[in-house]
Write a protein that binds this ligand. Structure first.
Ligand SMILES: [Ca+2]
Ligand SMILES: [Ca+2]
Length: 105
């Protein structure tokens, strides 16, 4: 699961059958709610100084090429976006193993 400018959310060991998969009805909240943490501007699965540098190089108005860097959606790449990167600095994607959520009766 991905979104431009955000870390992904990785689900491991999902068993796919012929039926639809609707994780929003799963009884474990960790599975129902996906958080895509903003700030991975260069899409290397890590929020770090490279993302801060990229943000500073693109400070100003949003263009079609850098719109994923406007993390708060205010139309500008600015200090507010830098704060978001600082809040998420050092994070990597959330990874969930579905085998950890199997209930054995
Ligand atoms: Ca990054
Ligand atoms: Ca912004």
């Amino acid at each position: 699961m991905t979104k431009p400018g955000h870390l992904g959310f990785i689900l491991n060991n999902v068993i796919v059958t012929g039926a639809d998969v609707d994780l929003t009805t799963h009884h474990h909240e960790d599975i129902r709610v996906f958080i895509l943490r903003p700030g991975d501007l260069n899409n290397d699965t890590f929020i770090n100084s490279l993302d801060t540098t990229l943000l500073l190089q693109n400070y100003g108005a949003v263009t079609p090429d850098n719109m994923h860097m406007d993390l708060n959606g205010d139309g500008f790449i600015n200090a507010a976006d830098r704060v978001i990167i600082q809040q998420n600095f050092g994070h990597r994607p959330i990874e969930v193993d579905m085998l950890d959520y199997v209930d054995f009766c």
